[in-house]
Design a protein around this ligand. Structure first.
Ligand SMILES: [Mg+2]
Length: 243
């Protein structure tokens, strides 16, 4: 994995990897006998008040969409998500899926099973699958999410969070990704900055100024003077943040 090992990417599913709103729109239109075109894109993330749903109506419709229409198994992936996550995985990024799908009781078996089936079906590489609403308590180096409250909560907790662009999160400051290619570019930038933060061989002492007598049996490459002099000697030690 080289210079990039250890970077954990926390990845949300709905509205980021998967087209939740498209699947829910189709289900709600069927359930209520409405034209999907009459159900506009959400510009406020709530219980779909812009579709005329109360919270109780949303809960009923969501439960039907999950249990009867099996939306977590059948929804469409976002364009390019599999390819992008494979690219990052190949760079050594640890993919940690973090989703808040267990919204209501008595649908958990179907929600969890259909989520895992969907991830396999769409060839999403991942190492961990976390069902949790309190996302800042799941460790990751960088997160990608679409929900304003999650983005705000993650940033308040000091985390780096990429906003996956949706109509209901446009007022949030960046970093922002309007596609999975953008997510890759952001994470590659983080990997590049991390790769530049290489620890010094010996606590900030420039190798060229330290005589090294060598030891019996020591290989030449073990000696600091033989290591590449790839850092300026006057770089302060506190710039180095090995993780
Ligand atoms: Mg989401």
């Amino acid at each position: 994995m080289g210079d990039n090992d250890g970077l954990v990417l926390g990845v949300d599913l709905d509205g980021v990897c998967a087209d939740y709103e498209g699947a829910f729109r189709a289900s709600v239109a069927r359930q209520l006998g409405r034209d999907p075109a009459d159900l506009p894109p959400q510009t406020v993330m709530d219980a779909y008040s812009e579709w005329g749903l109360s919270f109780t109506a949303f809960e009923r419709a969501h439960r039907h969409a999950v249990l009867e229409d099996r939306m977590f198994r059948t929804m469409a992936p976002m364009p390019g998500v599999s390819e992008a996550l494979w690219r990052l995985s190949d760079l050594g990024v640890w993919i940690r899926i973090i989703t808040h799908r267990l919204l209501f009781n008595w649908a958990h078996e179907t929600s969890a099973a259909d989520t895992a089936a969907w991830l396999d079906l769409h060839r999403i590489p991942y190492r961990d699958l976390c069902f949790i609403g309190d996302k800042p308590h799941v460790g990751a180096d960088v997160y990608v999410d679409d929900a304003p409250r999650h983005i705000v909560g993650l940033r308040a907790a000091g985390k780096t969070a990429i906003v996956f662009d949706q109509p209901y999160n446009r007022d949030l400051p960046g970093p922002r990704a309007t596609s999975w290619d953008d997510v890759v570019a952001h994470v590659e930038g983080l990997l590049a900055s991390r790769a530049r933060q290489v620890p010094l061989p010996f606590d900030g002492v420039p190798p060229a100024t330290v005589p090294h007598p060598g030891r019996a049996g020591e290989r030449p490459t073990d000696r600091p003077a033989d290591r590449p002099a790839d850092r300026p000697a006057d770089r302060p030690a506190d710039e180095e943040t090995p993780r």
